[in-house]
Design a binder for this molecule. Sequence first.
Ligand SMILES: [Zn+2]
Length: 213
Amino acid sequence: MAKRKSKGICAFCGDKATTRDHVPPQGVFPDPKPTDLITVPACESCNSDSKLDDEYFRWFASVGAEGNKDALNLIQGRILPKFNKRPALLIEIMKGATKVDVNSEGGIYLGQRPAFEYNRTRVQNVINKIVRGLYYHAQKSILPKNTEVRDFLLNPIFDDKFKNIICTLPLFDVGNSVFSYRFFISEETPEESFWFLMFFDKTLLFIKTEPNE
Ligand SMILES: [Zn+2]
């Protein structure tokens, strides 16, 4: 949370803004914090509402990125010490631990590895804020009132044609690829937008917004 004074409206709810909030939550970035983090104006309640969800999201975004130096840094440096202070969150995550079968691309069984079921609601709460925040950052206006942020897709598989289209969208990079994103906002229907959010070059989230019928 950045405490710098800010005038204008909250990027998330449209109320009067009194603070600035990081998008995505700054906890995602390992220390030392990069200098190019995105902030948007926020009201006090939107800024402070999501602390537990933010912590959960930090774990979620980094756990799928095994082997990535920044993710490892984050898990070892920030998340574990925090969990000692918030055992409830750790228990919630550990309860979701399970094993999944792993197959090679050719279909050969490689054994089992640990996987985690995750709390979709917590992750979606954070994603709603990220999409609204980035929308504001791009448009300097909030998502139109009648717009819904749809359920996210985690690591979706796109066909080559769609991939090529995605790659034509400008790529934005924050914190040396800890977070990168592309998006498309329809000019005729500003309620309609598509978001590709990438964490640690591994965890891809696809979200669309649509007019609420
Ligand atoms: Zn607000």
